[in-house]
Every structure is written in C-alpha cells, then in structure tokens.
Design a protein around this ligand. Sequence first.
Ligand code: AMP
Length: 114
Amino acid sequence: MTLFAKIIAGEIPAQIVYQDELVTAFRDIAPQAPTHILIVPNKAIATVNDVTATDEPALGRLFTVAQKLAAQEGIAEGGYRLIVNCNRDGGQEVFHLHMHLLGGRRLGAMLRGE
Ligand code: AMP
C-alpha cells in the first residue's frame, strides 16, 4: 500500500480537503506555497507511465477538483500551477500518481535546477 493509499483509507492522518469516489485531495505536508494541495486518484496508479484508458475518468476528475479547490482557496483569478511529476528526472518521490495544486504567491519560472 502506498503512503497516499493509507491517507485515502484514513490509516494515516492528513488534512483532507475533498474526497469522492474517484479522487482524494489533501494538504501537502511540506507546502511550497500558501496553497499546496495534492489531488490523488483513489486507485493507486504508480506513475503517468502506468496510466491506461480506463483511468481517464479519474484523471479528468483531477482537473475539475483542482478548479473547484482553486476557487475555494481564492487563487483562481490570481492563478496557480498544476504539476504531475514522473519518475526520477521528474522529481517524483511518492509512487502513487498525484497532481500538485500550488498557488497564493508568484510562483516564478516554471523550472528551477537542483
Ligand atoms: P512528488 O515529489 O511529486 O512525488 O511529491 C510528493 C509530495 O508528497 C511532496 O510534496 C511531499 O511533501 C508530499 N508528502 C509526503 N508525505 C506526505 C504526507 N504524509 N502528507 C501529505 N503530503 C506528503
């Protein structure tokens, strides 16, 4: 079971801000911006490389939930960034596909080196 699967199952505490039959969203434990929420498919897909067509409803839901949460957080108009990291070079640390919703400050250049 992945760390995020345990959070989704309620076995590890997290600040859950949204949950439905396809996705769960909770605040990142080490926020990089005033709003930093992870939106995660309830099904444990390891990486973007493992996605199949049957996952399309859950992955589409990531965007509609991101949009809803951005509005709730008051960052929709100012803007925000959605990130999905894949594998080592992408900087992925938790191998349960997730979308980062970041906002609440000027996020600057999209890519920064190590
Ligand atoms: P990534 O590098 O894209 O795999 O992102 C993993 C994210 O998970 C990082 O931003 C971590 O801060 C976050 N994270 C790790 N453990 C937890 C946890 N227990 N609760 C919430 N967020 C976590």
